[in-house]
Structure formats: C-alpha cells, structure tokens
Design a binder for this molecule. Structure first.
Ligand code: NAD
Length: 555
C-alpha cells in the first residue's frame, strides 16, 4: 500500500442527534475522527495531518473510509482495532469494553528510531499519530492552551513574583500546538513575540483570535512589544522569520526578553523544522530529493538556535524547552551543554502532576455551542478549584471553538470525577442537547514516559521507564473508556516517548456514570502512583489524602 495522496475532500463531523452509527459509543469516535480532519481544526487535512509536524488521524484515505464504514456497522459488543491509523480487525467484546483500541507508531525498543519509522512509513506500514491526532481527541489549539497558560503562570510565579505585567516572552512556531502560546501568554499577563516562517500560520492565528498582530520585520515587532510593555496592556506579535536567525539578531542587539522558549516542530528534523536561509519551497522540494541533507541542515540550525537560547540564559533570562526535543537535536549536532536549560514539565508542571492535577476536556458531540456554555456554567458550581470560574470567563471571551465546541481545564482527581458525573447528569436531564465526550491530552502525569519532557529528571531516575503509560492505558480499558490509545513518539519524536490517551462518552445513562467515575479516578490515581512511587512527597500526601490504595505507601 502506498502513502496517501493529497485529497481535496472536506471533512466535517456530523452535527445533531441523528446517528450515523448504531449508538453514541461508535458515533462518538466517528465524529471525533472527522472533527480531527475538519479544516477548521487540522493543519493539513488534505494529507490527513492534524498537527505536530506529521501527526495524522488515519494512515491514508482508504483507511479513513474503512474506519468510517466499520464504525457505522459495529454493534455494542464489538471493538475495532486500529494499528497505526489502519483498521485491522473487529473483535467480540462486551458493552463495558472500549469500542476502539488504537496503537500508533509503536516499535520494539532496539528498532525505535526515526530512520526505521520513516522507512516503514514510506512503505505504508505505519503512521505517526502524535498525541491526540491519531487518537481522535484533538480539539484545535485550545486543547493545549490551558496547559500553556498554567506553564506561563507558574514561570511568572517562580521568576517574577507572580506578576508578568510589562514582561514579554520570546518564542517561535505558530503551528497547531505552538499557536496557543500568544493567547496563553496574554491571558497570563505578558506580551509574546512569536517567530514563524509561514505567513499563512500567522494569518490563521490572527483569524482564530489566538494572535493579536503581525510584524514583517524585527524593528516593527520590538516596537509593538515596547509599546505594550510601557502601557502594561499585553500584546502578542507574530514575526515572519527563521527562529535561529531572529534569536541571534535579538541577542546581538542586546534586547532582553523576560522568558525564552520555542515551539517549532523540532522533534521532526525532516518535516518540522525549516533550516536557516532556506525558503519553504526549497525545503519542501529537498525533503523528497535529499532527506539526509534536510535533516543535517535542520539540526545545524537548531544548534544555532539552542546556542542563542543558552546565551539568553547566560544573561540571567529564564529559558526552557517547550517539549519539542530541540535540546536533544542540538546536542546531536554538537551542542554538548544543550540540556543546561530545563524542560517545561520538570521546571513548571511536575508539582501539579504529583497532585494528580491533569487535563479534563469535554466536547459537545451534537455540535451545539450552547452545550458548552451551559455546562461550563454548571461546572462552576461543581469544580472546587477556585481558579476554574476565572478560567472559564477568560476562555469564553478569548477562545473561539475550532470544530465541535469544547473546553478544557486542568483539574485534580476529585474535580475530574465530579465534573464527569455532572456532565453525564446534565445529559440525562436534557440540560444539554445531547451526549458529551470527556477526554484529555496525552500530556498527563501518569500517561507519558518521555525522558526529555514529562518524565525528565524524575527523583528516582525512572525517566525512561515506560511501564506507566502501558498501565495507564490498561487501566482505562479495564475501567470502561469508550476508546483507548497507546502511542510512541508524540511530542518529542520517535524513540523518545510512549504515551496513552482515552475518551469516554457521557450519554446520560447510569452505565456511563459508572464508567466515567472509574476511568477518571483511575487515570488520576495512576498519575499519583507514578509520582509517589518515584518518591515525590506531594504525591505520597495525595495518596493518603485521596484514600488511594498503594501497597508501598501504606503504614
Ligand atoms: P506544527 O508542525 O503544527 O507547527 C510547527 C511550526 O513551526 C510551523 O508553523 C512551522 O512553520 C514553524 N517552524 C518550523 N521551523 C521553523 C523555524 N526554523 N523558524 C520559525 N518557524 C519555524 O507543530 P505544533 O503542533 O505546533 O507542535 C510544535 C512542537 O511542540 C512539536 O515539536 C510538538 O511535538 C511539541 N508539542 C508541544 C506540546 C505542548 O505541550 N505545548 C504538546 C505536544 C507537542
């Protein structure tokens, strides 16, 4: 089978209450797969690419069509198996089992390299699923904005006494994930200068309300930032350019940002990072004719960018890697000290992971925006976290929906369960127009092994142990999630991570309430166990506070 050819059809998830499949449990994955490929949501839907370099929703269009037709025909006791974006079988299970099980891009350890994967992909045998692309739970840039906001707020707390006003962040990459940075920064109170090679990405973020302004040269960009700094009203600016060149130029002018990071798709040196001095056209053409040359040139430019980031750090500016593996790529290209600055998880997110705080994402499967408005309002009275109401208010004014309406927020164990049950109850009472899907990102505390990111610098040195995402996925299956996925290589690239995700349909039934309660509490529990087992005090306290059963933490 050959790789997919570009395809001009436009995909959009069905709306309303009319089912195309036999129940909401197969209709939900069908709608979410299609939603992932909605042109409002996906970065390159014609190639089935959802986000994150080449993170795809299905291996090729033939696989997409067969997934859709199979989901439509499946009964309530059947489960579809997806192997790297291709439907490979349907097995007889039971009503509480997942309706879809997904494994994407997994390779046996010794073979888990980008070279082996690229060759298998070329031969049509595998697909890169990123995190939520291949697990059909991507909701556009808003899916990442909560985590990005939390990261910037925590950076502000650690470095600037919790006040980012008058400060600015230098970053790069305005793709599917990176496009959340400007809005998250402004919501957290700081200005953002984001360098991006593709003009159309800048325009797209402006259209979606994630970016305020575009600048065509560095002088204009810095002038906009300076005006915002003086006025105290933060602004986000997208600057056309190559990140390495612009970072070097800012350094040579002696201009000092207050925070520095990067979110180009550096994890994929063949498809995700444009070398300095190359036009987009050269880059695209040479990817086919000279892949080794492209990889070498991309890594050489990443080395320049990381050297510039290290120079900012030497001037006392907090610098962090935003989960794209740029430090590793730079080290491969000879920058020995690339890991001198931390990854964002180790620096700013791990304390939340230890408390089992992780993402809660919900989607109105009927497409009714009003369902998100009324459910958000209801959840304000359910979620104990006092920042939730403020986040919802900000999200409602600043974050537009892409595709099916949805919201997300980071919540602790009790809040996640309470929120899931409240949503199911709303469906049962008819307070929303139809079923709601509850899911999360793969970036979560117990579901990712990623030694350069989520599990970087673990207290007990267990960074590379990937038993945890396996246990997380198995726990989601045993708890009755509607679909479960186990991936390799998301975020940081092939060979560097393994991670799991799930989705559960809240259809208003008592069965759904039981599944939601089990899936959400067990997902958070695995997260707490993972960190308690590594020796984090906060996590051990959470085990006791939440009454979790952990044999080695018992008196
Ligand atoms: P994407 O492929 O959609 O976008 C990357 C963007 O970077 C593109 O718009 C591209 O034009 C731009 N770019 C590439 N090289 C450049 C250069 N040299 N200078 C300026 N711009 C350049 O990827 P994405 O979905 O935005 O993800 C970005 C990275 O973040 C990936 O490595 C991804 O794995 C990682 N990631 C981050 C998180 C997170 O928590 N934020 C989560 C998952 C993945």
């Amino acid at each position: 089978m050959t790789a997919s050819l570009p395809n001009s059809r436009s995909i959009r998830a069905p709306r309303g209450l009319t089912l195309n499949a036999k129940s909401w449990h197969t209709e939900a994955p069908l709608r979410m797969l299609m939603n992932n490929l909605d042109s409002e949501v996906a970065e390159r839907p014609e190639d089935l690419v959802v986000y994150g370099g080449r993170g795809k929703a299905a291996r090729n269009w033939e696989s997409f069509d067969r997934i859709v037709s199979t989901l439509k025909a499946m009964d309530a006791d059947e489960t579809l198996l997806i192997q790297s974006g291709k439907p490979v079988g349907v097995i007889r299970t039971h009503a509480d089992a997942p309706r879809v099980l997904i494994a994407n891009a997994n390779l046996v350890g010794k073979w888990a390299t980008a070279e082996v994967f690229d060759e298998l992909e070329r031969r049509g045998l595998m697909m890169y699923g990123q995190m939520t692309a291949g697990s059909w739970t991507y909701i556009g840039s808003q899916g990442i904005i909560g985590g990005t906001f939390e990261t910037f707020v925590e950076a502000g707390r650690q470095h600037y006494g919790g006040d980012l006003s008058g400060r600015w962040l230098l970053t790069a990459g305005l793709g599917g994930m990176g496009g959340a940075q400007p809005l998250a920064g402004v919501m957290a109170g700081c200005s953002v200068l984001a360098v991006e090679m593709r003009a159309e990405r800048i325009e797209r973020r402006i259209e979606s309300g994630f970016l305020d302004k575009r600048a065509d040269n560095l002088d204009d960009a810095l002038a906009l930032i300076e005006t915002a700094r003086r006025s105290g009203a933060p602004v986000s600016v997208g600057l056309i350019g190559n990140a390495a060149e612009v970072y070097e130029a800012i350094l040579s002018r002696g201009v000092m940002p207050d925070l520095v990071t990067d979110q180009t798709a550096a994890h994929d040196p063949l498809h995700g990072y444009i070398p300095a001095g190359w036009s987009i056209q050269d880059w695209e053409a040479r990817r086919e004719s000279d892949p080794a040359g492209v990889i070498a040139a991309a890594k050489a430019t990443m080395a320049r960018q990381v050297r510039a980031m290290l120079a900012f750090r030497a001037r006392g500016i907090p610098v962090f890697d935003y989960g794209n593996n740029i430090r590793q790529m730079a080290r491969d290209a000879g920058v020995e000290e690339a890991f001198a600055f931390p990854g964002f998880i180790a620096a700013y997110v791990r304390p939340q992971f230890c408390r089992g705080r992780t993402q809660f994402r919900w989607v109105a499967l009927t497409g009714e925006a009003q369902d998100i408005a009324v459910s958000s309002s209801k959840l304000k009275g359910v979620v104990a976290d006092s920042s939730f109401a403020r986040w919802i208010d900000m999200a409602e004014t600043r974050i537009r929906f892409q595709g099916l309406p949805s919201r997300s927020y980071w919540m602790g164990l009790q809040d996640r369960v309470a929120a899931g049950l409240a949503l199911n109850d709303m469906v049962a009472r008819g307070e929303v127009s139809g079923p709601i899907l509850v899911t999360r990102d793969h970036i979560s505390s117990g579901s990712v092994a990623s030694p350069n990111r989520e599990s970087e610098g673990m207290l007990d040195g267990s960074d590379a142990v990937s038993d945890w995402p396996m246990l997380n996925a198995l726990a989601a299956c045993a708890s009755g999630a509607t679909w479960v996925s186990l991936h390799h290589g998301g975020g940081v690239g092939i060979g560097y991570s393994q991670h799991a995700g799930f989705a559960v349909v809240a259809d208003g039934t008592p069965d759904a309430a039981r599944r939601l309660s089990r899936v959400l509490s067990n997902d958070s529990s695995v997260a707490v166990f993972r960190h308690a087992d590594a020796g984090y005090e906060d996590a051990i306290e959470t085990v006791h506070r939440e009454g979790l059963v952990m044999p080695f933490a018992m008196p």
